[in-house]
Design a protein around this ligand. Structure first.
Ligand code: GLP
Length: 260
């Protein structure tokens, strides 16, 4: 696990560099996109590179991590719409290249299985962007999630619904209780995981993810089992790391041959 302690704008540039490298070197790159506030600066930077430097997404495909169940089709907080606003409409993805689980399917279990198949048929995800919840969830894999889980229906915790109420005018009751989410096993199959976290509210989850025992109680700890993870955290999110000064030292003396 490569842990980089860097201020937000620098973290966003590093994550955008990783995405850009996949876009420039792979014939059919597959991106994994996250919603939430953590990746917003990355999308901003990617949109800028598209507009100013000709970075193209035309040959890429993308899969979202998760989707609420039961929000009306046109609801602006459906993750499908969120990602359209934040990235897809600002770059040049081909029509239909960005997919999300269908949280309004009549048969949700079938929709989950279809989503797994679509990711596999695309050749798997090359670069997966991730945020982390204050309770240690990634995508919507809440505490107690199987570390081998696949895309499925989950029930959100009260804490996650409270955390996400800010996207629903502060109204917790407006936040759906259920979602479809890629499983931890699904996420682990992506070839490079890039997790961003900022702010002191994430410090405990970041500490557990990097330094805690691997446990379903802190689902993000499963990232310790993945061979290629880049964690980008600001000082506040890194504030509970026991190895914080070591990670800073590693970065200061990073040999030129070590890739991100
Ligand atoms: C949401 C999303 C996650 C996201 C997390 C953190 O519930 N399903 O994918 O990583 O919360 O969100 P934020 O980045 O806004 O703190």
């Amino acid at each position: 696990m490569d842990v980089v302690v860097a201020p937000g704008p620098e973290a966003a540039r590093i994550a955008a560099d990783i995405v850009e490298r996949a876009l420039r070197t792979k014939e059919q790159p597959v991106l994994g996109l996250a919603t939430g506030s953590s990746p917003l600066a990355v999308y901003e930077e990617l949109a800028r590179r598209h507009a100013e430097e000709g970075l193209s997404f035309a040959h890429a495909r993308a899969f979202l991590l998760d989707e609420y169940v039961g929000l009306p089709e046109e609801h602006p907080e459906r993750y499908r719409h969120v990602i359209e606003r934040e990235l897809a409409e600002r770059v040049d993805f081909a029509l239909g290249a960005v997919q999300a689980p269908d949280g309004n399917a009549e048969d949700l279990a079938q929709a989950a299985a279809d989503y797994e198949r679509a990711i596999a048929e695309a050749g798997g995800v090359d670069v997966q962007l991730l945020g982390i919840g204050t309770d240690g969830h990634i995508a919507f894999n809440e505490p107690g999630s199987s570390l081998a889980s696949r895309t499925r229906i989950k029930t959100l915790t009260e804490q996650t619904r409270r955390d996400n109420a800010r996207f629903f005018d502060g109204d917790v009751d407006a936040v759906p209780r259920h979602c479809l989410t890629q499983g931890l096993g699904t996420i682990l199959e992506a070839r490079h995981l890039v997790l961003l976290a900022s702010g002191v509210s994430k410090a405990e989850a970041v500490h557990q993810m990097i330094e805690g025992p691997v446990s379903a109680m802190w689902p993000a700890t499963v990232l310790q089992m993945h061979p290629h993870v880049t964690v980008l955290v600001d000082d506040a999110a890194a504030s509970r790391l026991q190895l914080g000064s070591y990670f800073r030292e590693v970065r200061a003396h990073k040999p030129g041959w070590q890739p991100w």
